[in-house]
Design a protein around this ligand. Structure first.
Ligand SMILES: [Zn+2]
Length: 194
């Protein structure tokens, strides 16, 4: 069983298109953009004919940074939410605990290594923690690629790129946050490159 943590953003959409996992998992974990992400995730899953599962775990009270409109961690990117990725991977492992073996895919790309939970070291450590408990592993197929390289190699159709949503701050794209900036750069590149 191959399951992808699916936010409806460009990176996870490109990986979904490339890997065609058996399940896409969208989690509303209390992030401010959850409604926008869910809308994108549903539209993309439908367009790709991939099954989408949705879960809700309201953890906003445990968050920090722009994803919850809370205090930011000094020296980190504005959206940094400490321990978020291990929490999401654990929730995915719980969701599919009846599947054996289970491979959890995450949408980490090169620029995510700015976060301590966006590194190859983190992915290997998380995979080790899970595999100590069963036939479960974690893989980040695009961890050595930039967002642009991932998008190019995925051959995600432009109409699907249009459905993706990457804002960090709310239900509708603010056009100003790091997520929106990256999204706009990739869209412009995709148009220019074709
Ligand atoms: Zn934004």
């Amino acid at each position: 069983m191959k399951a992808l943590l699916f936010s409806g953003g460009v990176d996870s959409a490109a990986i979904a298109w490339m890997e065609k996992p058996e399940a896409l998992l969208f989690i509303d974990y209390g992030q401010l953009p959850a409604a926008g992400e869910r809308r994108a995730a549903r539209a993309l899953a439908h367009a790709m004919s991939l099954p989408l599962e949705e879960r809700s775990a309201p953890l906003g009270r445990f968050g920090s940074g722009s994803l919850v409109g809370g205090p930011q961690t000094s020296g980190r990117e504005s959206e940094f939410w400490p321990y978020r990725n291990q929490m999401l991977i654990t929730l995915a492992a719980m969701t599919y605990s009846h599947c054996d073996p289970l491979e959890i895919l995450i949408g980490t790309v090169v620029s995510d290594s700015a976060h301590p939970d966006g590194t190859a070291k983190f992915v290997a450590a998380m995979s080790a923690v899970l595999s100590a408990q069963g036939a479960v592993s974690v893989r980040a197929p695009a961890i050595k690629m930039t967002g642009a390289e991932l998008l190019a190699s995925s051959t995600l159709p432009p109409e699907l790129l249009g459905w993706t949503f990457s804002c960090h701050t709310g239900e509708w794209a603010c056009g100003q946050c790091r997520g929106c900036n990256k999204h706009n750069e990739l869209k412009a590149m995709s148009k220019g490159g074709k």
